[in-house]
Design a protein around this ligand. Structure first.
Ligand SMILES: [Zn+2]
Ligand SMILES: [Zn+2]
Length: 346
């Protein structure tokens, strides 16, 4: 039997092709995709490739039903609704042993890409660690937020924000909006900074007390107008070098900056040494997620503590995948749900 699979061969060369339905090897599972989500990482990959992820089958956030299990897979059966993340740590390397599973030396050796498809084959290490039953109340689309939310949860673990901290979230794409939700869940006051009016409106709905138009003047001055001295925490979610450079000057003395949005390889952002030194501003980087973050993210989704449904710009059928990335590249919409069968919210 043939299945459809989206393939990115080179920047901007995305096609939907027919391939034989994947067969699970020992320890592997094939999942029939019910929903996949577009992600900022995918848009970057579409435009310029990705340093860790090769060109080929495309898409990494998904949920679906078990189609077939390989030899030795236990506790999963055909038809079971599941959600997965695209990587899992090896559990044995120095990074894993030190509890820094997101820094696993072989994290990307067995990555599961190809979520924009009718079916995806998951490697054994993902099956062992990061293939989880989908909680019944969650739609497949909501469940597919597991991976981005795990990244956000990991960022907050790295940040270790103090109770009462005043938080500025810079960037109002879906990741920025998830950070706004997480800050509000922790009962922290949030101001969101964004360029798009639609994103700023969503930030207000997500719980931001104020929003700042990033395109209208000095963001630091606007933040200090709201909070004299500036925010205690600045969360950078734009992947823009200009924002990386400016964020330490926006944070209050003694504050923290979470650098969340990755920059292209080789980028060398410069920082104001005076600000970092005399202001004791901490720069904290966050990358990916550990298994603990994945479990916490699933708990947040299944309890309803984080409801990501309204972060989806639009639901599109898999057949529209090429057009969907053209739209994202043109700046239309933030995050699309791509459904092989085209039916919404199942
Ligand atoms: Zn993603
Ligand atoms: Zn490892």
């Amino acid at each position: 039997m043939m299945v459809r699979q989206a393939v990115l061969r080179a920047p901007y060369e995305l096609t939907l092709r027919d391939v034989p339905e994947p067969d699970p090897g020992p320890g592997e599972v094939v999942v029939r995709i019910r929903a996949a989500l577009t992600c900022g990482t995918d848009l970057k990959t579409y435009r310029r490739g990705h340093p860790r992820v090769p060109f080929g089958p495309f898409g990494h956030e998904g949920a679906g039903d078990v189609l077939a299990t390989g030899q030795g897979v236990e506790g999963l059966h055909a038809g079971q609704a599941v959600v997965f993340t695209p990587t899992a740590p090896c559990g044995e390397c120095a990074g894993c042993r030190a509890g820094r599973e997101n820094l696993c030396e072989t994290l990307f050796d067995e990555i599961a890409v190809g979520a924009y498809a009718d079916a995806i084959r998951l490697p054994a290490r993902i099956v062992r660690r990061h293939l989880l039953p989908k909680p019944a109340p969650l739609s497949y689309i909501e469940a597919a937020f597991l991976e981005p939310l795990a990244c956000v949860v990991h960022g907050w673990r790295r940040l270790g924000a103090a109770p009462g901290a005043r938080v500025a979230v810079v960037g109002t794409g879906s990741i920025g909006l998830l950070h706004v939700r997480e800050a509000r869940r922790r009962d922290l006051e949030v101001v969101a900074v964004g360029r798009r009016a639609a994103g700023r409106d969503q930030a207000i709905r997500a719980g931001a007390s104020r929003v700042i138009d990033a395109g209208a003047g000095d963001v630091g001055a606007s933040l200090r107008h709201i909070w004299p001295g500036g925010p205690d925490v600045v969360i950078e979610c734009t992947g823009s070098e200009a924002v990386w450079r400016a964020a330490p000057s926006w944070a209050a003395s003694g504050g923290r900056v979470l650098l969340f949005g990755g920059l292209p390889g080789g980028t060398m952002p410069a920082f104001d040494a005076t600000r970092l030194h005399y202001g004791e501003v901490d720069l904290i980087a966050a990358f990916h997620y550990c298994t603990e973050d994945v479990h916490d993210a699933l708990a947040l989704l299944s309890s309803g503590a984080v409801r990501p449904r309204d972060l989806v710009t639009e639901v599109r059928p898999l057949d529209a995948i090429v057009e969907t990335f053209r739209d994202l590249d043109a700046g239309l919409g933030a995050r699309y749900a791509v459904l092989p069968e085209g039916s919404a919210w199942v």
